[in-house]
Ligand binder design. Structure first.
Ligand code: FAD
Length: 384
């Protein structure tokens, strides 16, 4: 069955949940081998999932942000790396469809390819800039030649790199102060992936280096000018907290199942009957409930806001990311305390969740930037 075969949300959640269970069965091996989840991504493509955010004007379904984050959370319950990876693609297409910041014919060309399974990601991070959200200028350069751009540089953290069809790359234009996104098809000469990804978290994201050696793309492949560090409000980035919430839910479910079945001979019954264990289960539940309400209410607010209202949502969007990601870390910690030393066994999924959930701290926006934004916002409101 494909997503496109039904409009029923219950049926769609059933479908994503089925896929997620299959991903869960594979996730330990993928993590252990540091492999890329080719099969998971291929199954998401075959299910029609990867085209769900395509805009209606190009024959897509344009699902809401609320529905996108729900699906993403489910995927992450099975495999966090798969969720984060496909989340970039889903979110970018949704964002481009809403913002209409590209020339429509270029975007339509991309959408037509996405209908046939093509995948895209933004490649902005570099060793010299650190997180692009802090405003560093890319050292990757794009030089204009007769009808072409000549692009050279290296991008780090290129999630999904083993299967991307399009790299949406930031580069500086040396003869001006301008910085822009350039759309680079994988098949372009001079595009190379260097397999550098050795992170202990989110091992399955294939976030290798993208190396661009005298890559030539036509003029119109400069798709969007940007100001480094000045991204507008980006609802689609809620796929990030959705991912870490899914991982936290998987950890909590595992710990509760364990508590309901573990019966050391010092007690009658199982440890789920003990007050010290119930306390932690209750605390996990509270964190998850709070995180879920915050995430889904802001996603819903985004869906029901006009463009000018969305432009003011950065503080809330940042707060959701900070709050949900940190709650997810707390939940995984509590889950490990419930399970005890077994949680540190290589065979135990909690040690993977423990490593994976930490990556959330290093996805945008970073916590210190959000706190500063919230402070400035509060101070400005007091001046009004
Ligand atoms: C799993 C994963 C997937 C990712 N996928 C992608 C992707 O698909 N595409 C992509 O482009 N990127 C991706 N990234 C990269 C990510 O967006 C960041 O660029 C990367 O994590 C580096 O951020 P950082 O905060 O560690 O680095 P830095 O920005 O170098 O920061 C390191 C430290 O220095 C401090 N610091 C640095 N500069 C400043 C400053 N100006 N002001 C205050 N403090 C500063 C920070 O607080 C931090 O403590 C991914 C990252 C991860 C972990």
């Amino acid at each position: 069955m494909k997503f496109q075969d039904t409009q029923s949300m219950d049926k769609r959640l059933e479908l994503i949940s089925k896929l997620s269970k299959t991903f869960l069965a594979r996730s330990a091996k993928i993590d252990e081998d540091g492999a890329f989840p080719f099969q998971n991504i291929s199954e998401l493509k075959m299910s029609g999932y990867t085209s769900l955010t395509l805009p209606k004007r190009f024959g897509g379904e344009e699902i809401s942000l609320y529905n996108l984050v729900r699906f993403q959370e489910f995927i992450a319950r099975g495999d966090g790396a798969t969720a984060l990876s496909i989340g970039w693609h889903m979110g970018i297409i949704q964002d481009l469809g809403e913002k209409k910041s590209w020339n429509e014919s270029m975007f339509q060309m991309l959408c037509d390819d996405v209908k046939n399974g093509a995948l895209i990601n933004n490649c902005a991070s570099e060793p010299q800039t650190g997180s692009p959200t802090r405003g560093g200028r890319p050292t990757t350069s794009a030089v204009k030649q007769e009808g072409y751009w000549l692009i050279n540089g290296r991008k780090t953290f290129t999630t999904l790199s083993p299967v991307l069809d399009y790299f949406n790359v930031t580069a500086s234009i040396p003869e001006s102060d301008q910085v822009a996104y350039f759309l680079i098809p994988r098949t372009t000469q001079g595009v190379e992936i260097e397999e550098t990804w050795d992170s202990i978290a989110m091992k399955g994201t294939g976030s290798h280096d993208l190396v661009l050696n005298n890559v030539r793309v036509k003029e119109e492949y400069l798709v969007e000018y940007i100001e480094p560090g000045k991204k507008g409000a980006s609802g689609w980035l809620l796929h990030i907290p959705a991912c870490y919430l899914g991982i936290a839910q998987a950890a909590a479910s595992y710990a509760i199942e364990f508590a309901k079945s573990y019966s050391p001979n010092s007690i009658q019954g199982t440890i789920s009957d003990l007050p010290n264990v119930k306390q932690k289960i209750g605390e996990m539940e509270l964190e998850l409930m709070r995180a879920r309400h915050f995430l889904y209410s802001v996603a819903n607010q985004w869906d029901h806001s006009a463009k000018d209202e969305r432009a003011h949502m950065n503080p809330e969007l940042g707060a959701v990311k900070l709050s949900v990601t940190n709650s997810a870390i707390t939940v995984v910690d509590l889950a490990m305390r419930i399970v005890g030393a077994r949680s540190l066994s290589e065979k135990n999924p909690l040690q993977r969740y423990y490593r994976d959930v930490r990556a959330g701290l290093h996805n945008p926006p970073m916590d210190d930037m959000t706190i500063l934004l919230l402070a400035n916002d509060a101070i400005n409101r007091c001046n009004d």
